[in-house]
Design a protein around this ligand. Structure first.
Ligand code: SAH
Length: 212
């Protein structure tokens, strides 16, 4: 089911500027409808963000593809995602052959998505907790992707990058954010690039927003 819709979504993302063939291949393979509540499954292949319950959203496919492209991952890289949510982003990275770690702070979302990963045999290592602190015992990571908007760049995440590793993170106020790509060139030497304009749900934690 939805095979044609997936192909059309891949074509749409190509026209919107996504060029990484590994990302496009994964978008063409991962069944986005599995990560979306039953009642709105028919929207699965529209290029829009959708509600997943608990006030959270599954990001727009274009945003997921663009952020993944910005990570510039080599095969079998070790990647940390902050904000597991529906699990779609993590599933995409797993489909691309990455070693994936993911942290979610909301326990209800965490448990539901863990069940789904199990059902779909998606082997992502998950943890429930505050992702602004990273995952120290598993560091360093070749890529860290933050899928919620942060007021600033959490220091721990920069520290947990490997040399040449990239952190992709939306930074701004609660309404709009700039997508920042931080590359660790050497210990304590970071290159910062900016890509405007996105809108994510807030990253809540010690080095994020305080609880509303
Ligand atoms: N990557 C997800 C997008 C989820 S939306 C997907 O593909 O569907 C962002 C998620 O980040 C929400 O589930 C929210 O609960 C979570 N979140 C917010 N702050 C967090 C933090 N400090 N640590 C871990 N998860 C966090």
């Amino acid at each position: 089911m939805y095979k044609t819709d997936r192909k059309l979504l891949v074509d749409e993302l190509k026209t919107k500027g996504i060029i990484d063939i590994n990302v496009l291949k994964a978008i063409g393979e991962v069944k986005r409808e599995k990560f979306i509540p039953e009642a709105i499954k028919h929207y699965a292949y529209k290029d829009v963000a959708l509600p997943i319950g608990f006030g959270q959203t599954i990001s727009q496919p274009y945003t997921v593809a663009f952020m993944t492209e910005l990570l510039s991952l080599k095969e079998k890289s070790k990647v940390l995602e902050i904000g597991t949510g529906s699990g779609y982003q993590a599933a995409l990275l797993f489909d691309m052959g990455m070693e994936v770690y993911s942290i979610e702070r909301n326990f209800d979302i965490f448990s539901e998505t863990l069940k789904l990963f199990d059902q779909l045999r998606i082997r992502v290592k998950c943890k429930c907790g505050d992702g602004t602190l990273g995952w120290k015992d598993k560091a360093p990571f070749d890529g860290i992707i933050v899928t919620a908007g942060s007021p600033s760049i959490p220091n721990e995440l920069k520290n947990q990058l490997s040399i040449n590793g990239k952190l992709v993170i939306p930074v701004g106020d609660k309404d709009t954010q700039i997508l920042k790509v931080i590359t660790k060139e050497e210990d304590d030497l970071f290159l910062e690039e900016n890509y405007p304009q996105f809108k994510f749900v807030p990253l809540i934690g010690r080095d994020g927003w305080k609880e509303a």
